[in-house]
Design a protein around this ligand. Structure first.
Ligand SMILES: Nc1ncnc2c1ncn2[C@@H]1O[C@H](COP(=O)(O)OP(=O)(O)OP(=O)(O)O)[C@@H](O)[C@H]1O
Length: 376
């Protein structure tokens, strides 16, 4: 499925920074849960028990259909949920602030894990957003202020986050643009004078100002043509190869394949599969019937849609939320399967099962081949 040549990758181990956890983990999310309270006591189960780690130098792609909870998860990590949201679980952020700054706002020293879900707004605003976690936004056009030049916006952010003034500020602004491959000759342009790709680079430059060790990119390729998608994800990959952790949220599986080391598939608010990207996109392929169906739905694969529609998050079925759409479902699916060995399914697809046209969430025949019979 990969189009063009994906960039060479270094490993998390090779690029782990010297500060923070010895194993290079930057973010450890445990049983993250988000509920929205609605009028009449109704509750939306936007995210349930999401757990994953992200290491320095690593890219994790969080994928899934629209409305499955990806952006809510990202907002929870940044403390940007609305007032009707309640969170549970932990999201521990390790490591100091900027990787290459010494002192200045936000520090630069190693720290124990900061629980992003328990941190107060002042801590998140002063030490996390922009400083320890850079946000590459979904829509750069909406993120950039239309009436100010890129230089003005970048320089203001550099001053705010690094304290630079005078000639040092001008130099730091140029350096910030360069880091995101934004051409210096375009710094005095307004957002409407930029192409989609340059607007994305300007937004990325803002996210990189404080050299945050963790980058969170929420649908960074929305609205870009395929060539720009590839360039954008390759540039983001470069920031991971420089030693940052990159959490990319996308429903573009081709982009995820190009950029990610690991893939987390969300369905109805839960992570249903979490595995190595090579294994996911190549062999043995996804093991969760939904994840397999998602991949097989791609035009360049079987082009067979997953039957049915996702459930309402305010009205989830008992047990496995995918069971009503799943050809493999059995009585066992009346209970929610735990994420075990990277897959949350009572009847995972056997490793190495064929991904043939029409495969989708496969059924009884393949289950029998895998020796499961009519497991209940
Ligand atoms: N403020 C809110 N109040 C109630 N429900 C909300 C709120 N914000 C989001 N939701 C619900 O949470 C669920 C998950 O939304 P989310 O935006 O995370 O999905 P997503 O996977 O990012 O989809 P997309 O790719 O379309 O952005 C949706 O059902 C959405 O309607």
């Amino acid at each position: 499925m990969t189009q063009g040549t994906a960039p060479a990758r270094t490993t998390a181990r090779e690029t782990a920074p010297q500060e923070g956890r010895a194993d290079g983990i930057l973010l450890a999310v445990r049983e993250l849960t988000v509920r929205f309270r609605m009028r009449g006591g109704r509750e939306i189960a936007a995210v349930t028990d999401a757990s994953f780690d992200l290491a320095a130098g690593e890219c994790l792609a969080l994928v899934g259909e629209s409305g499955c909870g990806k952006s809510v998860l990202a907002s929870a990590l940044l403390g940007l949920l609305p007032g009707n949201a309640r969170t549970g679980g932990r999201a521990l952020l390790y490591g100091g602030a900027a990787r290459h700054t010494d002192g200045g706002p936000g520090g630069g020293t190693a720290s124990g894990g900061l629980d992003l879900l328990a941190a107060d707004e002042a801590t998140l605003a002063r030490t996390v957003r922009g400083r320890r976690v850079g946000l590459v936004p979904q829509s750069p056009a909406a993120h950039l202020t239309p009436v100010r030049t890129v230089r003005a916006q970048l320089s203001e952010t550099v001053r705010e986050l690094t304290g630079a003034r005078g000639p040092a500020l001008a130099e730091a602004t140029r350096a910030a643009a360069e880091r995101a491959a934004f051409p210096a000759g375009h710094l005095d342009r307004y957002p409407h004078q930029l192409s989609g790709g340059l607007a994305q680079r300007a937004a990325t430059a803002l996210a990189l100002v404080a050299d945050a060790p963790l980058l969170l990119a929420d649908e960074p390729t929305t609205g870009l043509d395929r060539e720009l998608v590839q360039r954008t994800v390759d540039e983001l990959r470069g920031h991971a190869d420089d030693g940052r952790g990159l959490l990319i949220i996308t429903h573009d599986l081709a982009a995820a394949e190009r950029v990610a080391d690991r893939v987390a598939v969300m369905y109805a608010g839960r992570i249903v599969e979490l595995c190595d990207a090579h294994a996911f996109f190549g062999r043995p392929g996804p093991r969760h019937p939904y994840a397999r169906g998602l991949l097989e739905a791609l035009p360049e694969r079987a082009f067979v849609p997953v039957p049915g529609i996702p459930p309402e998050l305010g009205d989830l079925p008992e047990g496995c939320a995918f069971a009503p759409r799943c050809a493999r479902a059995s009585a066992a699916c009346a209970t929610v399967p735990a994420l075990t060995d990277g897959v949350a399914c009572h009847h995972p697809v056997a490793p190495g099962a064929p991904t043939t046209p029409g495969a989708g969430p496969t059924g009884a025949a393949e289950r029998e081949n895998a020796g499961e019979g009519s497991a209940a």
